[in-house]
Design a binder for this molecule. Structure first.
Ligand code: MN
Length: 211
């Protein structure tokens, strides 16, 4: 029951997030789904999700991904999400788990370097290529020995860009801050979804990046 934890945290009568359906293992012909959702909850973070085994394996990245191979970004493993979550963008109502605004920040497919993904996850080193609209090329998730300080049971990983033609020192989070689904900012998504616009706006770049 890979979605049990996901469902236990949410009240589907209130939140617009998908409940998800259980699926058999197996990859679709179009490739494995990859998404990043920018989520302004209590704190801003980027939810990194990779389709595997009929669900979206998930990590929360407080600072978001970096294109710079010298930068390691902490990625906290979170509960598996349903595949339908990969299309979700909108407002999670106050009082609900993860309350705040969710933007579909990047979406595409991914490919593991080693087809034995279970083994890579167990060994704490998953190398893969991303074919997104914003993120491309070769990346790695490496599990840290210590886990995430102060969060027992939440394994800490590091997301690192490998050196290739897509490595860069440019700030992709700031330069491409809008939704790949709707081209909206977080504040605009909150406004349309009758959410907390002031809170959502804290996750948007301060100025000069509209349009
Ligand atoms: Mn989140």
């Amino acid at each position: 029951m890979p979605l049990k934890i996901y469902r236990s945290k949410r009240n589907f009568g209130v939140t617009p997030e998908p409940k998800g359906i259980n699926r058999e293992r197996g990859s679709p012909p179009d490739g494995l789904l990859y998404v990043i959702q920018k989520h302004q909850a209590t704190a801003l973070h980027y939810d990194f999700r990779l389709e595997w085994g009929g669900v979206l394996l998930s990590w929360a990245i407080p600072k978001g991904p970096s294109l710079d191979p010298s930068v390691k970004r902490l990625a906290i493993a979170t509960e598996d999400h349903p595949l339908e979550y990969g299309g979700f963008e909108g407002v999670i109502p106050e009082g609900e788990y993860g309350a705040g605004t969710v933007m579909l920040w990047d979406r595409g497919t991914w490919q593991p370097e080693d087809p034995d993904v279970e083994n890579s996850l167990r060994n704490g080193e998953l190398k893969f290529a991303l074919f997104g609209q914003k993120l491309h090329g070769s990346w790695v998730l490496v599990r840290t020995r210590t886990g995430y300080p102060g969060r027992p049971g939440k394994p800490g990983w590091l997301l690192i860009k490998h050196r290739d033609q897509f490595a860069s020192e440019s700030d992709v989070l700031r330069e491409q801050s809008r939704s790949v689904r709707s081209n909206r900012s977080l504040a605009e998504i909150a406004e349309d979804g009758h959410g907390n616009v002031a809170k959502a706006a804290k996750g948007d770049p301060i100025r000069g990046s509209r349009g």
